[in-house]
Ligand binder design. Structure first.
Ligand code: TMP
Length: 216
């Protein structure tokens, strides 16, 4: 079972992933948590290039191909082997981030990027994608505060430095994409308490687990 989490900055993806991991492990599942960009050794190097504020001059097409390279390596080296060994994979961002950010955010063509994602994922699409939906005004404020508190503003701040309008386009893109793939992408309102959101996420995962037999 491959579950991805999506959403703009500051929606609480990592909190929800940690809560879901604990919940699933209590039920006896083996779970790994990973992320994009940076879920593989080579991906960690790409992540540094992609998120550093020093690389403000990275052009939109080069940015796109670095995300796709990160994804191809991550799928081949981390996600697919974990699924084949019967683990549940929880991934913080995946292919839908490329459509939301590089297409709806930057203005590249969404259908073309969907095709490029198909090449990068090599047949491995998530069984379930949880879209945590939140207003950019709230999410961005949280994300900027977190980067500041963790002293990551320069190392990881390239997207937090984008305008509110950019993050508004990304959010609208996610919403449009969730309508395009309603079976796979489930939207959860991320403005509630972490516990309430976690309960809704667990419900969605329970339903999907009952529909999709695990590989072990
Ligand atoms: P995060 O790991 O802190 O969420 O940061 C990753 C950033 O990279 C985030 O701002 C979204 C962005 N991103 C893209 O623009 N395209 C992608 O395909 C992915 C995976 C992430």
């Amino acid at each position: 079972m491959f579950i991805t989490f999506e959403g703009i900055e500051g929606t609480g993806k990592s909190t929800q992933i940690a809560l879901l991991k604990t919940h699933l492990e209590k039920q006896g599942h083996r779970v790994i948590v990973t992320c994009e960009p940076g879920g593989s050794r080579i991906g960690a190097e790409l992540r540094r290039v992609l998120l550093s504020l020093e690389n403000r001059d990275l052009c939109a097409r080069a940015e796109l191909f670095l995300y796709l390279a990160d994804r191809a390596q991550h799928v081949a080296q981390v996600v697919r082997p974990a699924l084949e060994s019967g683990q549940i994979v929880l991934c913080d961002r995946f292919a839908d981030s490329t459509v939301a950010y590089q297409a709806f955010g930057r203005g590249l063509d969404a259908e073309l990027l969907h095709s490029l994602n198909t090449l990068a994922v090599d047949g491995l699409w998530p069984d379930l994608t949880i879209l945590l939906d939140l207003e950019p005004e709230i999410g961005l404020t949280r994300a900027v505060a977190r980067n500041h508190a963790e002293n990551k503003t320069v190392a990881e701040g390239r997207f937090e430095a984008e305008s509110l309008a950019f993050h508004g386009r990304v959010r609208a893109g996610y919403q449009a994409w969730a309508k395009r793939f309603p079976q796979r992408i489930k939207t959860v309102n991320a403005s509630g308490s972490p516990a309430d959101i976690a309960a809704e996420v667990q419900q969605l995962v329970t339903v999907r687990l009952s529909e999709t037999p695990l590989n072990d």
